[in-house]
Design a protein around this ligand. Structure first.
Ligand code: PRT
Ligand code: ZN
Length: 284
């Protein structure tokens, strides 16, 4: 049973989404097609669409799965399953006002007329905060709205913040933090769920590998115990004797987040010749 996944045809998420399939070992027939691509070694068909359309296609079951920003999903529907965050396309949806506006707290929102392409998310945010404001729904170039007198605030996607600064605006409220997510039609049939599980297994292996590094080092035998306690590894470290009497080589896996701290500790207790290598896939 084939599974259909909708991804962005052209834009910020396209390349990274295709790369994710590649990292999962999935290959396609004739490179990138116009509308559809079929995988040659996995029961997968890819539909290439505008990101705004992806949530509805998945909701309707035209595509079983989709990859799209949470900001787009939450604006369009709450009738799909969010399966997994993908770690790319990170951004936030924020309210911004004129840089000279003396905005102090959420109660100041009553004075705003906010231009946005995200009226549904914004409305829910206002309700949740018991705040009222006028919403102007516009599509595209939201950041210029205050300059042309359409509104005195915007609610738009921000990444570095330079677009806001260029337009004389400053961020005052974060409405949502977003990244690309894998979404699925509700109640997928069992055969399709089985294919999804296979895909998720691969995605997990790729993600775990990115989060971890393989480490090798040399140590005098009397330090092996101390070093093993710093380096728990997947089960426990591998210890191999070196040709030089009284020395061992220790191999293990460390998490990217603990990386520098662990290296410092290892050096302190006498580890030498530390090598750190990327891991391509990690299955535990
Ligand atoms: O053609 P299609 O409709 O498919 O694409 P699109 O133009 O609507 O979307 P695209 O490709 O721009 O973005 C796709 C997704 O990437 C978005 O839905 C977000 O989830 C995510 N993303 C991450 C961003 C940004 N970063 C981003 N910086 N989407 C848009 N921006 C824009 C933002 O709208 C603003 O104009 O970049 C500007 C702000 O950037 P900074 O760095 O100046 O703050
Ligand atoms: Zn779009």
């Amino acid at each position: 049973m084939k599974i259909k996944i909708a991804i962005q045809k052209k834009g910020r998420l396209s390349e990274k989404s295709l790369n994710l399939f590649k990292e999962c070992g999935i290959r396609f027939e004739n490179g990138i097609g116009n509308l559809k691509m079929s995988a040659t070694n996995f029961p997968l068909e890819v539909l290439l669409l505008r990101d705004d359309d992806i949530p509805q296609y998945v909701e309707a079951g035209v595509a079983d799965l989709g990859i799209v920003g949470q900001n787009v999903v939450w604006e369009k529907t709450d009738n799909v399953d969010e399966i997994r965050r993908l770690g790319y396309g990170k951004c936030r949806l924020s309210i911004a006002v004129d840089k000279n506006y003396n905005y102090k707290s959420i109660s100041y929102i009553e004075n705003l007329q906010i231009a946005t392409s995200y009226p549904n998310i914004l409305r829910k945010f206002l309700e949740k905060n018991g705040a009222k404001a006028k919403i102007h729904k516009i599509s595209g170039s939201v950041e210029i709205a205050p300059g042309i007198g359409l509104a005195n605030a915007v609610c738009d996607i921000v990444s570095t913040g330079s677009t806001l600064t260029l337009n004389g605006l400053k961020e005052v409220e974060t409405v949502l933090k977003s990244e690309a997510v894998l979404i699925a039609t509700k109640n997928l049939p069992a055969e399709k769920q089985a294919v999804l599980d296979k895909l998720l297994f691969r995605m997990n292996a790729v993600q775990k590998a990115k989060d971890n590094k393989y480490i090798l080092l040399n140590a005098p035998n009397d330090k092996v115990e101390t070093i093993s306690n710093i380096l728990p590894g997947m089960k426990s470290p591998t210890i191999v004797p070196l040709k030089e009497e009284g020395w061992s080589s220790i191999h293990s896996v460390i998490n990217e987040n603990d990386f520098w701290e662990v290296i410092e500790q290892l050096k302190k207790v006498g580890a030498q010749g530390i090598l750190v290598m990327p891991i391509e896939k990690m299955i535990i």
